[in-house]
Structures are given as structure tokens and as C-alpha cells.
Write a protein that binds this ligand. Structure first.
Ligand SMILES: O=C1O[C@H](COP(=O)(O)O)[C@@H](O)[C@H](O)[C@H]1O
Length: 251
């Protein structure tokens, strides 16, 4: 599937363009289906995504259903929690009904520091599958999944050469050996990523330049490059991240 690249001089340009695009997709899908189902990654993405979007009063936030594309198995108030980040950047500023927001069930966690046992992590994943099923039924088709990418090419908590890259029999998988701390995490799997109507990647900073070149120019296999949804994946990049992409980039 083709990839669409959008390159901006600075991160603020990404925030602005993303806010416009996400608001537009939200309006389209709410008009068509009465709701907007979204999954978001952690890391640098929530701050970039929400800087402008969280001020948009025209978005029908009450119709949003918000999931996490991956999450660290820590309490929802922990410094490493993606939910905590999304709460700070978005949920504290807009009115998405609480029942439409889907953090992990952190009451399951015995370990509160990210060092979860396999059985706890598996239970968190099983609960997250149930949360997805309660909204989607058996066919999980997000309107939009917003993803980041690490400098090693990982996306969600799908890391290079990890066995989870081959998991196709569940919507949510778990791992307790993440190469990036904390080790215990849950993640959406490729069947869910690839069933999405729209996938947008956001990648910024020089530290991502080499892997972006490898994925987008050399077509080397990295987890982020394997995402192949219903429509072309769209990559929002700043100039430092895009610096090795040369003239093949149309901004
Ligand atoms: O660990 C994670 O890292 C990736 C990339 O983060 P970034 O800070 O380099 O943007 C993120 O997309 C993922 O959700 C997160 O769990």
C-alpha cells in the first residue's frame, strides 16, 4: 500500500495540520456512522497531536471513542503511563464521555512499578480485548489510528524481530520483555492496525531520520513499515526527521 508523506519545517506545523485532518475525519465519520473510533500511541505523539486539536470546539467530542494503541502495564497515574499522557494532553481539555475512554484496567496490576508478571500482563490484555469487543463487537475497525515510531522502527509495542510481529490470532497482545522500558506492555496487533480506515504516523527529530530513510526509501522491513491499512498510511514528519528522504518527498 502506498504511503503519503507530509513534511513540515517545524513540529508546530504538524500540530496544526494534524488538528485540521483529525477534525475533518471526525466530522466525516460522525456524519456517516454517528461515532468516531480512535486509537493513539504514546511517546511524543500525544503532545504533538493535541497542542492544537485540544482547543477545537467544533469537534463533537461526545461521539469519540478513544483507545490506546499500546500501553505500558503501570498504574494509569504512573509517569510511564500512556493514558496519563493522553489525559494531560487531551482528556483534561475536552469532554469525551468517561465511558467512551478506554485506559487499561490497572486494578488488575499487583506490581505497580511496571515489573508485572506474565499472568498479570496477560490479564490486562484480555481485559482490553473485552473493552474493544464492547465497542466494536467482533469486527474491530478503527476510524483512525495515530501512531508514533521509535528510532529502532518499532510502532505500538511491536519491536523489531519480536515474536509479536507474527501474532495474527488476537486483537491485543502482551509482552513482558520490551526492549524499551518498562518491560510489561500490551499492544494492538497487525490485524487491528491493518483493518483501520485511516492510519497516521507522526515522526519528528533527527533521531528518526535513518530509520525513515530505511523504511520509506529502501523499503527495509521494520515494524512501522509493515502497517498496511485500508487507505495509504500518511506520515507527518518534521524537516529533521525527513532530512535523508531527499527529493522523493513531496510536502
Ligand atoms: O514506547 C513507545 O515508543 C513509541 C515511540 O515513541 P517516541 O517518543 O519516539 O515518539 C510510541 O509510539 C509507543 O506508543 C510507545 O509505547
Amino acid at each position: 500500500m502506498a504511503k503519503v508523506l507530509k513534511v513540515f519545517d517545524a513540529v508546530d506545523g504538524i500540530s496544526h495540520a494534524l488538528a485540521v485532518e483529525v477534525a475533518s475525519l471526525s466530522a466525516q465519520r460522525i456524519a456517516a456512522s454517528g461515532r468516531f473510533t480512535v486509537a493513539v500511541s504514546g511517546g511524543s505523539l500525544p503532545a504533538i497531536l493535541c497542542k492544537q486539536l485540544s482547543h477545537d470546539k467544533n469537534v463533537d467530542w461526545a461521539k469519540w471513542h478513544l483507545f490506546l494503541a499500546d500501553e505500558r502495564c503501570v498504574p494509569n497515574t504512573h509517569a510511564d503511563s500512556t493514558y496519563a499522557l493522553v489525559k494531560k494532553e487531551l482528556l483534561d481539555h475536552v469532554r469525551i464521555p468517561q465511558e467512551n475512554v478506554h485506559p487499561i484496567n490497572d486494578a488488575i496490576l499487583v506490581a505497580k512499578d511496571g515489573a508485572c508478571s506474565e499472568s498479570e500482563t496477560a490479564a490486562v490484555a484480555a481485559d482490553y480485548i473485552a473493552q474493544l469487543t464492547s465497542v466494536f463487537g467482533s469486527k474491530i475497525e478503527f476510524d483512525l489510528i495515530l501512531l508514533g515510531m521509535g528510532p529502532d522502527g518499532h510502532t505500538c509495542s511491536l519491536f523489531p524481530n519480536h515474536p509479536l510481529l507474527k501474532v495474527h490470532n488476537t486483537s491485543v497482545a502482551f509482552l513482558t520483555d520490551s526492549p524499551k522500558p518498562p518491560p510489561a506492555r500490551i499492544t494492538l496487533t497487525y490485524p487491528v492496525l491493518n483493518a483501520a480506515r485511516n492510519v497516521i504516523f507522526v515522526s519528528t527529530g533527527e533521531g528518526k531520520a535513518q530509520v525513515l530513510h530505511d523504511i520509506l526509501i529502501k523499503n527495509k522491513e521494520y515494524p512501522a513499515g509493515l502497517v498496511s491499512p485500508q487507505t495509504p498510511t500518511c506520515w507527518y514528519l518534521d524537516a529533521p526527521a525527513a532530512k535523508l528522504l531527499g527529493s522523493k518527498v513531496s510536502s
